[in-house]
Write a protein that binds this ligand. Structure first.
Ligand code: CP
Ligand code: NVA
Length: 303
């Protein structure tokens, strides 16, 4: 595995399988395992955006692995008063064994990783959310027992961080991903064209009903990601036809499962009825963040 996890591009298919194997073991043995692969190691967590799942699952995960998590609000650090990213990265590398970062601009985490000599893990940027999507693939694998050929329909803002990471992950794992949105929120063409990561097929479909046809999984995310609040009104209007409701779900495969990275804005991108249905696996996704991130930390911090 490379030193950092900034995007799904850094993962090979072999490493994905190893993450799954370790995550499944950690899930099975959660309260019984005496393994402490992070004993004596401190992991910083620099967050400049809100978080429930990522923050808590990383803090709990690091603790369960025997490490020490340090939550660092960007505004409590000198970073918030203008200390440079390179200097912050150099200094924190002298104390910590790894750092988990949630921020706005993806270039900022790339710059941090360039100057840090400890592993850097992306806990969400405006462009990517790799820990979420690797977890989602693990969750699909738990349900379907394979990934190749599985069809996922992603509905809504197809240019957001989760969609971008899902595009890369679907290609890597040989899945069939159809993203559905109005033109304004269609996926990045360079990502769609990117073909050196795997042999999955990824396409964009404007018609939401055509997109979900025969889908094994329907995935959605909020219409207004953190940092895009000024565009809220326009996004709500344009994305409305892409809401995941019972009518849309009826047009997918009869065993379709529903996914959402959460937090959900119930009544906007997903209805209560769908979110609370038997088909919904959203809370399995949330739980699996813990197990998958423990696997990733173990692999990145192996001596
Ligand atoms: N899915 C996810 O990353 O949730 P949080 O924003 O609560 O961390
Ligand atoms: N796309 C969402 C994901 C939240 C976990 C956001 O960036 O706000």
């Amino acid at each position: 595995m490379q030193n950092d996890l900034l995007t799904v591009e850094e993962i090979t298919l072999g490493e994905l399988k190893e993450i799954f194997r370790l995550a499944a073991k950690m899930k099975r043995e959660r309260s019984k395992s005496k393994d402490r692969p992070l004993a004596g190691k401190s992991v910083g967590m620099i967050f400049s955006k809100s978080s429930t799942r990522t923050r808590v699952s990383f803090e709990v995960g690091i603790t369960e692995l025997g490490g020490f998590p340090l939550f660092l609000d960007q505004n409590d650090l000198q970073l918030g008063r203008g200390e440079s990213i390179p200097d912050t990265a150099r200094v924190l590398s002298r104390y910590l064994h790894a750092v988990v970062i949630r921020t706005f601009k993806h270039e900022d985490i790339v710059e941090f990783a360039k100057y840090a000599n400890i592993p850097v893990i992306n806990a969400l940027t405006d462009m990517y959310h790799p820990c979420q999507i690797l977890t989602d693939l693990f969750t699909i694998y738990e349900y379907s027992e394979h990934l190749e050929g599985i069809k996922i329909a992603f509905m809504g803002d197809c240019a957001c961080n989760t969609a971008n990471s899902l595009i890369l992950a679907a290609k890597l794992a040989g899945m069939n991903l159809v993203l559905s949105s109005p033109k304004k929120y269609r996926p990045d063409q360079d990502l769609l064209d990117y073909d050196s990561i795997g042999n999955g097929t990824v396409s964009w479909e404007e018609d939401p009903y055509a997109a979900v046809e025969n889908a094994d999984y329907i995935y959605t995310d909020v219409w207004v990601s953190m940092g895009f609040e000024e565009e809220a009104k326009q996004r709500m209007q344009k994305l409305k036809p892409y809401a995941v409701n019972a009518d849309l779900v009826d047009n997918a495969s009869k065993d379709v499962r529903i996914m959402h990275c959460l937090p959900a804005h119930r009544g906007e991108e997903i209805t209560d009825e769908v979110m609370d249905s038997h088909a919904s696996i959203v809370f399995d996704q949330a739980e699996n963040r813990l197990h998958v991130q423990k696997a990733i930390l173990t692999m990145l911090l192996k001596d």
